[in-house]
Design a protein around this ligand. Structure first.
Ligand code: RB5
Length: 155
């Protein structure tokens, strides 16, 4: 599975921990789209856009984004039509983000949780799959219908 990860400067402690965890799994490859070099002018919305576009363009199947709270990167990623990004600070939510919401991206805050919980959340998320034939199927279809209704030129 191809994964895109990234975060702003506040999110870097979790981005690094997640990169370390992903490096231990031979069933995934990953790329970090965090800003490099001088990050003073970088906005977390740009990092979210890079990750979301990697998913939209098929260069990644899942994304994991981090900022201070996980909120800014989540709100930003959800602005990209077709993207379902979910804030997950516990393993149950991570499982449901995949199984109930077919979220292509999860987000976390480095000022909210520590690296070990973040790794457990990532593990649960990556090991959970959406079943379009499940009772959640029509709900995800309804989410995507909102995108088509309000961003009609984006598909
Ligand atoms: C940056 O200071 C902080 O606001 C950002 O990382 C994030 O938490 C915003 O939602």
């Amino acid at each position: 599975m191809k994964i895109i990860i990234g975060g702003d400067s506040a999110g870097q402690p979790l981005v690094k921990a997640i990169a370390d965890y992903l490096s231990t799994r031979d069933d995934v490859s990953f790329e970090d789209c965090s800003p490099s070099g001088d990050t003073s002018g970088e906005r977390y919305a740009s990092t979210s856009e890079r990750a979301a576009m990697a998913i939209r363009e098929g260069r990644a199947e899942r994304g994991i984004l981090c900022c201070g709270t996980g909120l800014g990167v989540s709100i930003s990623a959800n602005k990209i039509p077709g993207i379902r990004a979910a804030l997950t600070h516990d393993t149950y939510s991570a499982e449901r983000a995949a199984k109930s919401n077919n979220a292509q991206i999860i987000t976390m805050g480095a000022r909210v949780i520590g690296p070990e919980l973040a790794k457990a959340i990532v593990e649960k998320y990556l090991d959970s799959e959406f079943d379009p034939k499940s009772s959640s199927g029509p709900n995800v279809e309804a989410i995507d219908a909102l995108d088509r209704k309000y961003s009609p030129g984006a598909f």
